[in-house]
Write a new protein. Structure first.
Length: 225
């Protein structure tokens, strides 16, 4: 029974999550693109928003893209570094930016739950995604400690699992069958977040107006007379 559960969660569930993600992404853009937004709560209360938002956003962006290094084959990154060096970089960056994300989320969750105006204007979805991200961040930090103390082969097998998943290998789940339960919960929670991503306020990151960073200035327009 354990084999079947492991095989489903780490061989088939990733593809289910990807399919739901892409379906939601296209349908949200086509059918409900005007709903893609993240309502700012700064007008309701600016307490803690600067530190909480900045720590969370900078931290989560680095952590998110850092996970993509799992998809790099050894033959690629061995051109510039060893597996041990790659693991040390992952531990250092994962710890620093993971802690930044955690502190930012704590500030945002505390702010939303203790401020009366914010509580009144918050929906279940607001709390759900914040708590889910907080749980995932805690699991990620625990996984970093496991990576630092476990054999190098365990870290290597994580990358092999990720590469087998994206190449549709039927034995992908076997690669992490004997890994620590914290890794597994971390992966499943991450896949769940990925799956519901298009249906949450997180979608705003895909339509962020990056053009504002490259504007040369403002143009003032006045009516004649």
């Amino acid at each position: 029974m354990e084999h079947y559960i492991n095989n489903f969660l780490f061989t088939y569930f990733p593809h289910i999550a990807f399919a739901v993600f892409w379906f939601g992404l296209f349908t949200r853009f086509i059918l409900a693109n005007k709903t893609i937004q993240a309502k700012s709560t700064q007008l309701l209360s600016d307490s803690g928003i600067k530190w909480g938002s900045n720590l969370f956003h900078y931290g989560i962006i680095v952590v998110f893209f850092g996970h993509f290094t799992l998809f790099l084959p050894e033959s690629v990154y061995h051109l510039v570094m060893t597996t041990e060096t790659k693991r040390m970089i992952a531990i250092i960056f994962g710890s620093i930016f993971g802690i930044m994300t955690f502190i930012g989320l704590i500030i945002l969750v505390t702010r939303r739950t203790t401020n009366t105006r914010l509580r009144f204007n918050s929906s279940f979805a607001d709390y759900f995604i914040l708590l889910l991200l907080l749980i995932e961040t805690i699991l990620g930090l625990i996984s970093v400690t496991k990576t630092a103390s476990s054999p190098l082969e365990n870290y290597t097998s994580l990358g092999m699992w990720a590469q087998k998943v994206i190449t549709f290998q039927p034995e992908a789940g076997v690669m992490i069958a004997k890994h620590n339960i914290m890794y597994k919960i971390h992966f499943v929670t991450g896949l769940l977040i990925f799956m519901i991503f298009p249906y949450t306020k997180l979608m705003h990151m895909l339509v962020y107006p990056l053009v504002y960073f490259f504007r040369s200035g403002y143009q003032l327009v006045r009516k004649r007379g």
